[in-house]
Design a protein around this ligand. Sequence first.
Ligand SMILES: Cc1cc2nc3c(=O)[nH]c(=O)nc-3n(C[C@H](O)[C@H](O)[C@H](O)COP(=O)(O)OP(=O)(O)OC[C@H]3O[C@@H](n4cnc5c(N)ncnc54)[C@H](O)[C@@H]3O)c2cc1C
Ligand SMILES: O=C(O)[C@@H]1CCCCN1
Length: 388
Amino acid sequence: MSSEVEYDCIVIGAGVQGSFTAYQLAKRNKKTLLLEQFVLPHTRGSSHGQTRIIRKAYEQDFYTQMMDECYKLWSQLEREAGVTLYRQTGLLVMGPEHSDSYLLYKNTMERNNVPMVILTPENFSQHIPNVILAEGDGALVDINAGVLYADRALKTVQGQFQKLGGVIRDKEKVTDITPGPVVTVSTSAGVYRAKSLVITAGPWANKLLAHIGLQLPLEVQKINVCYWEEKVPGTYDMKKRFPCFLLTEGEESDRHIYGLPSNEYPGLVKICYHIGSETDPDHRDKQTDRSDIGILQRFVARCFPGLIPEPAVVESCMYTLTPDSHFVLDCHPAYSNIVFGAGFSGHGFKFGPIIGKLLCELSLGEVPSYDLSPFRIRRFQGNTKSAL
Ligand SMILES: Cc1cc2nc3c(=O)[nH]c(=O)nc-3n(C[C@H](O)[C@H](O)[C@H](O)COP(=O)(O)OP(=O)(O)OC[C@H]3O[C@@H](n4cnc5c(N)ncnc54)[C@H](O)[C@@H]3O)c2cc1C
Ligand SMILES: O=C(O)[C@@H]1CCCCN1
């Protein structure tokens, strides 16, 4: 079936970034088509699952500063749609008190006046019972951080997009892209044209970019999403405002750990390792490496005495990592009407509303609202393969 309609913009990929981009375009009265290879909703990419962390605690000013507006955009969407998408729990940041990473978090938050509480080893257990702070670790709480209801957020933003007249076509895999002043996009079911194109294909980014002669230095990893059972139900519950937590980066392998309070599966706390194993997104389930689970078991046994140190549920999700873990937001070097957002490196969900706004601005040829230099492809220098 071929369509004669010419769109202002086509967005490829209905994960969190593509859905927010499409929504922003529709808000700007642009005739927009959102294409998705799978039947929605699906669990094969990076945006599925019930919960994600939202926080201002970052090592870099630019992320902390973008989150100012981003919190406002999340609550604007909540009001517009009449749904709850965010719940405040706080985020506990723990790391060796004098390490570079821990100090970067602390200093960035102080510099940007992010509301926080610093916990001493003496008062830690009073505020955070049932967690053991490692010897020599500092601890602080980003007070306004919390949980985003991820699946609900995706459904909401896609619904708002459709209410604004946007068109979603799922179960349509993009198979070819022909650049030009009007871009032609072929799918498994049709051919579409638009003045501009946005590619937000998550782990499939390089497969899509290959059609337009571009390859980015991205690594796709499968993450084992582990849930751990409470010995006494309710000990680490979101309703009791048990916080999300993360360990700051460090040399030791057991530092790349984070968690969210029990919520989606009653009595189960989500605690995961922030490093996965390389995978091909079309063959995700062939990757069966579980070496991270041993690291998590030792951590849970040591620091979370109220949990059974054996995962009760293990699910899968994918990260798309850049070499510096910063996002890619840019225009194609040769075709300025093709823009892309990729490499969200396991921390992009909370930024969805801002990413949507920025990709919308880029696709309309406008000056972006934020300095995009940390996100441009020129930072990869020799790493970007262009066949042009
Ligand atoms: C375990 C885990 C925990 C995380 N925790 C957090 C967190 O706490 N906080 C946070 O902010 N972020 C977190 N993230 C990161 C965040 O979820 C991702 O950065 C974000 O979901 C990336 O969204 P995306 O839209 O880029 O990719 P995706 O959600 O993968 O969307 C891309 C879409 O493009 C579609 N697509 C691909 N190719 C084609 C094609 N040829 N034709 C049509 N459609 C196509 C795919 O099917 C997919 O639906 C986490 C991620 C994981 C995996
Ligand atoms: O984006 C986040 O906030 C989390 C931090 C820990 C790793 C997974 N992503």
